[in-house]
Design a protein around this ligand. Structure first.
Ligand code: GAP
Length: 520
């Protein structure tokens, strides 16, 4: 059976996201945490296919960052760290989000996110104008000219620029009163109550605190790390002294981070427990902007290698720089709920190492033999959320296709090297020795690929189930296999079936599941 050219999102944008969430649950990717007790808000567990996909993304990142860069080494620091770490890093004093409550719904929001969302709506208006004009004028449409001359677009752009300037000033000046005023001026209403009855904006620290030992007093308070990066900074000397690295070099780490987010929502997009994949690149002071540009480019290419189209990605320069940064940009992905950050790239100056040096009294410096001088290195950081990348990969791959016979199929067009299962092996039927032969093929392939064996239901149903979890190949063993040692191999995307010998299977599969292609 073949498919039509058209691949359509199954519902409106909000509907599409709900479908993806249901799909994740139905097919064993993601479950609500402790669901038998009605779940815990914004906490999720990864099921049998979810953990495979998450592991594959994580390994792909590790290969791209550590294996392919001889000057990047790995680390796995503990989640608990000495409390002074968070004083030095600035998190105790400055890791705050501005919160605002709606007095009618009693719902709590991040004031900056409310404003960003309102700005995105204005931007969407421009996109709609462009789409309308594109449709009207067809091939003769000149987008550049339209953006420069259309009065509606010009009005929107001007309005957006004015809001952006004011928003930036309020964030930089920590002007909470003006943040509230912007919300009022933009006539932002609570999505739940519909009212504009807002409290003042207040600062809220995002770190989770807990106690070590049996005595719960101030001295025993420790924090769950809100970023993995500090584990890298405090180990700078240990790694430098044991890895034989010279500057410029990087330290990479994957691990859990925790933030008491004011609003944790949009499924696994913003949760209170999540995983980060971070890399701190230590450079000579004064060269950081050059490395910042280089890492922006390298990381952009990595995102494109996940199959994300150019138009699904965007670079977004930060309006307000974090307390440690002199430049920062987000790589955003176009989720069904809009463009949102997946990765942040920050030029962190020497802020962290210098602060740890001051508070610990230990010299965190590097002796540069070329310059014959010691200095505190500058740092360029790449920091990506594993769970957000997972969500982006799911959103990018999920589609419903209309087939020629009028039926539909749900497909997860995941990059083959990330798919939770790479090969499904099916005997056409259980009898006549086909199941035994299929087991033989499964045993042959399982050493190199994540395989799945199934003999239940008709073959069409089995194909559909594999399409829905993103399996790139299904192999069917039939009566001809017993005679000539050939099988049919079905491609998930084209649904085409090819007859090939068992000896050629690895060659055909390898060509498609090769993770290296997108990075070369
Ligand atoms: N060390 C720098 C740092 O932590 P960040 O921009 O706050 O920077 C980096 O976080 C990445 O971590 C984000 O781009 C996002 O993908 C992920 N992240 C941050 N908060 C998150 C949350 N509450 N839930 C899921 N992912 C989150």
């Amino acid at each position: 059976m073949s498919k039509e050219n058209t691949q359509q999102p199954p519902a409106g944008r909000a509907g599409l996201f709900q479908e993806i969430i249901s799909h994740c649950k139905e097919y064993g990717f993601i479950f609500p945490s402790s669901e038998i007790y009605d779940g815990l808000g914004a906490v999720y567990d990864y099921g049998p296919y979810g953990i495979e996909l998450k592991n594959n993304i994580q390994q792909y990142w590790w290969k791209a960052m550590v294996q392919l860069h001889e000057n990047i080494v790995g680390l796995d620091a503990a989640i608990f760290m000495h409390p002074k770490t968070w004083k030095a890093s600035g998190h105790v004093d400055a890791f705050n989000d501005p919160l605002i409550d709606n007095k009618d719904s009693k719902k709590r929001y991040r004031a900056d996110v409310l404003i960003e969302e309102a700005m995105a709506k204005i931007e969407e208006k421009t996109e709609k104008e462009v789409a309308k004009a594109e449709k009207k004028f067809g091939e003769s449409f000149d987008k550049g000219m339209f953006l420069k001359t259309n009065p509606n677009v010009l009005r929107n752009t001007e309005k957006l620029q004015a809001i952006e300037n004011r928003f930036k000033k309020a964030l930089e000046g920590n002007d909470l009163a003006d943040l509230k005023q912007i919300i009022i001026d933009l006539e932002i209403a609570c999505p739940v109550s519909g009212s504009r009855n807002w409290t003042d904006v207040r600062q809220f620290n995002l770190m989770f605190a807990t106690e070590v030992g049996s005595v719960a007093d101030e001295a025993n308070t420790i924090y769950l790390r809100p970023e993995t990066a500090q584990g890298i900074f405090v180990n700078f000397l240990n790694v430098l002294n044991t890895s034989r690295q010279r500057i410029p070099f990087g330290i990479a780490q994957i691990g859990k981070a925790f933030r008491n987010e004011i609003v944790a929502r949009q499924f696994i997009f913003r949760t209170r427990e999540f995983e980060q994949m971070e890399m701190q690149f230590f450079v000579r002071p004064g060269t950081e902007m050059q490395w910042y540009e280089q890492w922006k480019e390298t990381r952009w290419k990595w995102h494109r290698s996940l199959g994300f189209a150019e138009e699904s990605l965007k670079l977004y320069d930060h309006l307000k720089l974090a307390h440690y940064a002199n430049a920062a940009v987000d790589i955003q992905f176009k989720f069904p709920f809009g463009f949102k950050e997946v990765e942040g790239i920050h030029s962190r100056t020497d802020f962290d190492l210098k602060s740890h040096q001051e508070l610990s009294g230990k010299k965190l410096q590097y002796f540069d033999t070329e310059l014959n001088q010691s200095y505190v290195p500058y740092v360029v950081e790449t920091s990506i959320g594993l769970n957000r990348t997972f969500l982006a990969v799911m959103c990018n791959g999920y589609r419903i296709e209309k087939l020629e016979d009028g039926s539909e199929r749900t497909v997860l067009a995941l990059p083959p090297f990330l798919a939770p299962v790479q090969i499904a092996v099916f005997p056409l039927m259980k009898k006549d020795g086909l199941a035994e032969k299929a087991r033989e093929v499964f045993d042959l392939l399982k050493w190199d690929y994540k395989c799945f064996y199934e003999e239940k239901d008709n073959i069409g149903k089995r194909y559909r189930r594999q399409d829905a979890i993103g399996t790139p190949f299904c192999i069917t063993i039939d009566h001809d296999t017993l005679n000539d040692n050939t099988v049919t191999i079905r491609d998930r995307d084209t649904m085409k079936q090819e007859r090939i010998s068992i000896e050629r299977l690895k060659e055909v599969v390898n060509e498609k599941v090769d993770w290296k292609k997108g990075l070369r």
